[in-house]
Design a protein around this ligand. Structure first.
Ligand code: FES
Length: 170
């Protein structure tokens, strides 16, 4: 299984030096999901900017209370997202987001889907013009923040086995 081996190596590298990890205080949108498969959670923040008359993602960051694969996928995904419009970002599925790591093993596909779910929820929040995540007190401990503010539109990704944390964290 050469492909799996190299995927493992890339995941290890991404975890050793994760990019864009941590809360973004001035984010424009935030999405949070939990996976019913394993109980892990992931939150993604997005900041937008104007470029050539279009609104594009300036930067993305994430926080994960989950497995290492989810951290690795979120790390490479946040790098991929910079410069994308909302429409372009919505076209990215879990496979696209995890592509820099190589094909994920079947047991780990849901880890990438969790990243996709958090991204979609943040994009939908942005599209709906919801209150930005920056409204949160920046001093909130990470765990409380993740479980604390879970308002926002319901995720539309019916194909994903992802639950919104209103229920899981209540
Ligand atoms: Fe659940 Fe990876 S094992 S997100």
């Amino acid at each position: 299984m050469t492909a799996d081996h190299s995927t493992e190596e890339r995941i290890r590298e991404a975890i050793a030096n994760p990019r864009n990890m941590g809360e973004m205080a001035d984010a424009d949108a935030v999405g949070t999901v939990g996976s019913p498969d394993c109980g892990d959670m992931l939150r993604m923040w997005l900041k937008f900017k104007e470029k050539d008359g279009r609104k594009v993602i300036d930067r993305a960051s994430f926080q994960s209370f989950g497995c290492q694969t989810a951290i690795a996928v979120a790390s490479v995904a946040t790098e991929l997202l910079a410069g994308k419009t909302v429409e372009e970002a919505l076209k990215l599925d879990a496979g696209d987001l995890a592509r820099p790591l190589g094909p994920l093993p079947p047991m780990k596909i849901h880890c990438g889907q969790m990243v996709e779910g958090a991204l979609r929820q943040a994009l939908e929040e942005e599209a709906a013009g919801e209150t930005p995540a920056a409204a949160e007190p920046p001093s909130s401990p990470a765990g409380q923040t993740l479980l604390g503010r879970l308002s926002g539109p319901a995720p539309s990704g019916g194909k994903l086995k992802i639950v919104k944390l209103d229920d899981a964290g209540a």
